[in-house]
Design a protein around this ligand. Structure first.
Ligand code: CA
Length: 438
């Protein structure tokens, strides 16, 4: 139940989160903003104290200032309630190539059936369909063309074909097949308008599955590793079991192997204590974010660090009542707190929402904001990177349930609606892929 300070975690988090920022070519004004922002975060104060570089930090800050549950069915009982990848291209480019603003988004494609994930190959969006197992390319004319269908996909409840991720000319896909979740990859063959899939190669199988809480988002990180979210698949306690893969964010090589520097030794586990995380992405400084469905009270936005324990099922949302308080006992091992173990070693979310106003699936990270697609909340939450505890809302109720948001190579944002999977109230054109300028 506790996550004590993990030496490897410290060893890893220092060079990736701090050293990365010190590369001269990246030490710009924005880097300073990020540095200041993160230094304010209790978890990093703790880490940095432990790593004994307070002096360096002060010097840097001076330099900066002077220079610059899906389940809408929360319990998985298939009634009303709670429940997504890719960070997409994060080019953060300047022009969104004429996309309209959020008030009147462009309708890129219509008639999608329970779509789940968007990923780009070049400028072409690819879309997965949860139940059909189809993978579609969306043409310039908005026509959806099937480039392949994964026949082994077994759609049941919320399970089915979920996340997509593209790495150069290879496509990764996460799906439920019978009694397991599986990650496969294909070569992407042909050109836009005539794409097809090569032979399917399984890179990871035997992952737990269930009718709900499958997680299922895939993304390539800035470290070129493949990340996958896996919910607790109904086995709550597994989220606190280091040895179980459910209730975790997993990190693997593109071949599905354990990277040498994973935080729990010879394990794919990157972070633990998750209920049903469905959105992951990184800002341009390499900080990782994840959205997560809570059960009844709090959905979460988390800053993910290697080896971190995010509390489920011991804690849902911010652990204010868990004895140790909100900022004690971070991953850096500043442990303890008056309440003993409960809450003391868990990392709090940076922001939380009620399931009715969120139920967060996919997320995208732009230069300045995190955008999070809400299912039950039927809105986008926009969280500024320089103030992670606040957010504004877009589209509340205007387009129904939202499954995924991805930044296109031209900087525009694409959003998948989610009204045809049995929970929404589909309009005549649903489901749709929408586009606007952030
Ligand atoms: Ca949590």
């Amino acid at each position: 139940m506790e996550s004590t300070a993990h030496p490897q975690r410290l060893a890893q988090s220092f060079p990736t989160s701090v050293w990365h920022r010190l590369r001269p070519d990246q030490f710009r004004l924005r880097s300073c903003r990020t540095l200041l922002r993160q230094f304010r975060a209790p978890r990093l104060q703790s880490q940095w104290r432990l790593t004994g570089i307070a002096f360096t930090v002060v010097a840097l800050l001076t330099a900066c200032s002077s220079g610059a549950g899906e389940t809408d069915d929360r319990d998985g009982t298939a009634s009303a309630g709670a429940e997504s990848e890719s960070s997409g291209a994060q080019s953060g480019s300047d022009s969104a190539a004429g996309a309209p603003d959020a008030d009147s988004p462009e309708v890129v494609a219509t008639g999608l059936e329970a779509p789940w994930s968007v990923a780009f190959t070049g400028d072409t969006p690819l879309v997965s369909e949860r139940d059909s197992g189809r993978i579609l390319e969306i043409g310039d004319d908005g026509q959806a063309r099937e480039i392949g269908r994964i026949d082994e996909v077994s759609g049941s409840g919320e399970a089915g074909l979920h996340g997509l991720a593209v790495d150069d000319d290879r496509l990764y896909a996460f799906f439920a097949a019978g009694t397991e979740n599986r990650i496969v990859r294909f070569d992407l063959l042909g050109e836009a308008g005539d794409l097809s899939l090569g032979e399917e190669e399984t890179i990871l199988d035997g992952l737990p599955t269930a009718n709900f809480h499958n997680g299922g988002r895939l993304a390539l990180g800035p470290d070129r590793m493949l990340y996958a979210t896996l919910g607790d698949t109904g086995d709550r306690d597994s989220a606190q079991d280091e040895k179980a893969l459910s209730g975790k964010i997993l990190r693997m090589t593109p071949d599905g192997q354990v990277p040498d520097d994973n935080p729990f030794g010879d394990s794919l586990v990157f972070s633990m204590g998750h209920r049903n995380p469905q959105g992951i992405g990184w800002d341009d400084e390499g900080t990782m974010y994840a959205s997560e469905f809570g059960q009844d009270t709090w959905d979460e936005l988390n800053v993910i660090e290697a080896g971190g324990n995010y509390g489920w099922p011991e804690v849902e949302g911010i652990a204010e009542d868990a004895g140790a308080g909100g900022d004690a006992g971070r991953a850096g091992g500043d442990a303890g707190g008056a309440g003993g173990d409960a809450g003391g070693d868990f990392i709090d979310p940076v922001q939380q929402w009620s399931p009715a106003e969120a139920s967060p699936s996919g997320l995208a990270v732009t230069d300045d904001n995190i955008l999070i697609a809400g299912l039950r909340g039927e809105r986008l939450h926009q969280v500024p990177l320089d103030d992670l505890s606040t957010s504004t809302e877009l589209w509340s109720g205007e387009h129904g349930r939202l499954r995924d948001v991805v930044q296109a190579p031209d900087g525009s944002l694409l959003v998948l609606t989610n009204n045809t999977d049995g929970r929404g109230e589909p309009g005549p054109d649903d489901d749709r892929l929408l586009r606007f300028t952030p």
